[in-house]
Design a protein around this ligand. Structure first.
Ligand code: NAD
Length: 471
């Protein structure tokens, strides 16, 4: 019996692999036919995507509610509205992005003209993560179709309602010969990686990022890895009470009001001067009391495994003593209260691993300037946040630390700017996207040189003699 079910499993896998092959073949045929290259095709796909977001807003909210208990307002702000904004930006700029770029040529090259032509890469594979399952699937898709590629999208299996939504609806709105959605988990992911792609765009963990890069090496496929890590926020001792108030709003919003901290750009922990910490803790407690007490206002933890992971972080005996607010857990509803930890050990899981949840450690330092040394000894984060009016400190942060982004006096909002490149460095990944950077991410910059047959110089060719060096 065991053998029979093993055989059945093997047969099922083979069938799945063949189905995937067919999808990729079709995507390649469509790309090779040239249809995805035209401006009109690209524009029609972007418009169709926008129609989908408008017409299916309620269904998307429903899926996000099922997957993560996301409030409708959060769902619109971070996923639906966010993607509509990006589509609009792409539609406004598409013609300009597609134009070949003129390149200057030195006089000695006369008569020559040069340009850079933006060429679609071909068939691209997009892996998305579960925390913004619609936004992080569609944002790279915008870049891929704007650049004229065929696309296979694999949403995360952990956000299954959103994955189903995309698989059902994208083919209805977009050109389903060029854009496909494949649902599934790691096994399907691995089977997809066995195919030959012209680009793999991956949003997820560094652990799987390594698997992606290894598989891509086989076909020399370029990759873009949008990974995570621990994003710190340096909180200087602000003197003006209004600044303090705004800073607290923004810090709390970037932890508990943004997918309950389950976000790559959420604030992971705070760095603060020892003497300022008690005041900061009181203000954060107050903020939680006023805004983050109702479970309905908080996105829930995605599943039991992640809940358990966070539970272990808090219940570590050396960490449990450092809880100064919150800490209650409701396993049935996958709800964790906004929790503040004061000076948990730096070698505990909560300070070694990406938290990805509503726990906020505060690490105290003698002087705020010590935060720079603290960060220099750690992996390069996706974002460093700093709340300060001290221009010297800002300059030091920019010049002496390394991260995908630095944001002063706010958090998370940088993600919404189409004009800023988004992406990591070092452990937080590589490759940029959003706006024009997405278009470039999915394009090949082909150098084109045009020469005429006039003006020919013999010094370029043998037979060599000393006189030819005079030129
Ligand atoms: P993950 O790495 O577990 O999964 C990401 C994707 O890879 C999913 O689609 C998953 O199905 C697929 N996958 C899993 N195992 C695979 C395998 N063996 N082979 C092929 N594919 C496989 O990540 P996650 O849990 O979905 O997301 C959380 C992580 O993503 C966090 O580290 C977070 O910081 C990061 N993240 C980064 C960004 C960013 O923009 N930089 C955004 C969101 C999340």
């Amino acid at each position: 019996e065991a053998r029979e079910s093993k055989d059945r499993r093997r047969r099922r896998r083979r069938r799945m692999a063949m189905d995937l092959e067919r999808v990729v073949e079709q995507a390649r045929e469509t790309f090779e036919s040239g249809g995805t290259r035209s401006y009109f095709w690209r524009r029609s796909q972007l418009r169709a995507l926008k129609d989908l977001l408008h017409e299916k807003e309620a269904a998307i909210c429903e899926a996000l509610k099922l997957d993560l208990g996301k409030h409708r307002v959060e769902a619109y702000r971070d996923e639906i509205g966010f993607v509509i904004k990006s589509v609009d930006y792409a539609l406004q700029n598409l013609k300009k992005w597609m134009k070949p770029e003129k390149v200057s040529v030195p006089l000695v090259g006369f008569p020559t003209t040069c340009e850079v032509v933006l060429e679609p890469l071909g068939v691209v594979l997009i892996f998305a993560s579960w925390n913004f399952p619609i936004g992080l699937s569609l944002e790279p898709l915008i870049g891929a179709i704007s650049a004229g590629n065929s696309v296979v999208l694999k949403p995360s299996e952990l956000a299954s309602a959103s994955s189903k939504f995309l698989a059902t609806n994208l083919p209805k709105y977009l050109d389903n010969k060029a854009v496909s959605v494949i649902e599934g988990g790691p096994l399907v992911g691995q089977q997809l990686l066995e195919q030959k792609w012209d680009k793999i765009f991956f949003t997820g963990s560094a652990r799987i990022g390594r698997i992606i890069m290894t598989a891509a090496a086989k076909h020399l496929t370029p990759v873009c890895l949008e990974l995570g890590g621990k994003c710190p926020a340096i909180i200087d001792s602000l003197s003006r009470s209004r600044d303090v108030k705004v800073a607290i709003n923004r810090v709390a919003g970037a932890k508990w009001g943004f997918c309950s901290g389950q976000a790559c750009i959420a604030i992971d922990y705070l760095l603060v001067e020892e003497k300022y910490a008690p005041f900061l803790v009181e203000l954060l407690k107050e903020k939680i009391k006023n805004c983050y007490m109702r479970p309905a206002d908080l996105t829930r933890i995605v599943n039991k495994q992640h809940f358990q992971r966070l539970r272990e972080m808090i219940e570590d005996p050396l960490v449990a003593d450092t809880v100064v607010h919150g800490g209650s857990l409701d396993q049935e509803n996958l709800y964790i209260e906004p929790t503040i930890l004061l000076d948990p050990p730096l070698d505990s899981e909560v300070m070694k691993e990406e938290i990805f949840g509503p726990l906020l450690p505060i690490i105290t330092l003698k002087k705020i300037g010590d935060s720079i040394e603290f960060l220099k000894g750690r992996p390069k984060p996706l974002v460093i946040y700093a709340f300060t009016n001290d221009e010297k400190l800002k300059k030091r942060i920019i010049e002496e630390t390394s991260s995908g982004t630095v944001t002063f006096n706010d958090a998370v909002i940088q993600f919404a700017l189409d004009t800023l490149p988004f992406g990591g460095t070092g452990e937080s990944g590589f490759g940029k996207y959003h706006g024009r950077f997405s278009f470039d991410q999915f394009s090949h910059r082909k150098a084109v040189m045009r020469r005429s047959f006039c003006l020919e110089f013999s010094f370029r060719y043998p037979p060599w003699n000393e006189r030819k060096l005079q030129f």
